[in-house]
Design a protein around this ligand. Sequence first.
Ligand SMILES: Nc1ncnc2c1ncn2[C@@H]1O[C@H](COP(=O)(O)OP(=O)(O)OP(=O)(O)O)[C@@H](O)[C@H]1O
Ligand SMILES: [Mg+2]
Length: 286
Amino acid sequence: MREPKIALWGASSKDAGGPNGEPAPLKLPWIPKVQRKKLYILLLEDISVSFDGFKALDGLNLYLTEGELRCVIGPNGAGKTTMMDIITGHTRPTQGEAWFQETINLLEKDEVFIAQAGICRKFQKPSVFESLTTWENLELALKAQKTVWSTLKAKLKAPEKDFLKSILELIRLEPVENKVAGALSHGQKQWLEIGMLLSQKPKVLLLDEPVAGMTAQEIERTVELLMSLEGEHTIVLVEHDMEFVRQVARKVTVLHQGRVLAEGTMDSVSSNPQVVEAYLGGVSIC
Ligand SMILES: Nc1ncnc2c1ncn2[C@@H]1O[C@H](COP(=O)(O)OP(=O)(O)OP(=O)(O)O)[C@@H](O)[C@H]1O
Ligand SMILES: [Mg+2]
């Protein structure tokens, strides 16, 4: 059977655009699925999820190229977190496909496998070990990849120590290396958690609202941190802080009612009348 002609980067195949103001899919050349899987490190196609008959995702398409930093925005309830739940294997869709690195069918893998395959997720609330120091948290995260208990007690080898030091430098927490995490500021805890994820050498990092609750200075520092990760890791950043998104975004995907409403530069999506309407009933998002 011939596969449907799905418009890349646009809304779902069934969105023809039409009388009720639904967006038409963005028109891009059709590429056979086998090539689509090769082109993108992460590919979600026509994903739908229902909760008690309510469609949290409704024909979602997402295509990520290796090393890109993609911002995903959208009003409350748009389906952003549910999208991450699908990618990490936490929630199963009722339809669609999800592929990682061409050959890994995410819908057939469990959360542990997906994390070990290199898709790491940071939830909004920092989840560091408060009674351990910054360094110990990083060390634990590094060792936690190894499943044998004895490795948790084993001393770090020199290259591992150097690797953790480089992360400590990247997240700029050297001055608080020996401080217990419970005494760190909210922003520092968020950076520490990002550092803990980095210690696992992730291929894809999913960050759900990383700057929520941060001071302006902490946000500025987070912009620098994310920019320094660009190219090294593929990052999906869900965020409500539009000023922050404007600073880090190359390409922005706007979700609304479980599907892609618009995609492009921050300037293009923020001036899109449908996006403005979806957000605040006509008030500009920036
Ligand atoms: N486990 C669940 N059971 C029932 N409904 C759910 C469940 N998870 C999500 N939903 C619903 O699905 C919709 C999408 O939720 P989701 O959390 O993905 O939105 P979001 O875009 O992350 O919103 P926010 O910006 O507020 O974090 C919402 O209407 C939400 O109430
Ligand atoms: Mg959410």
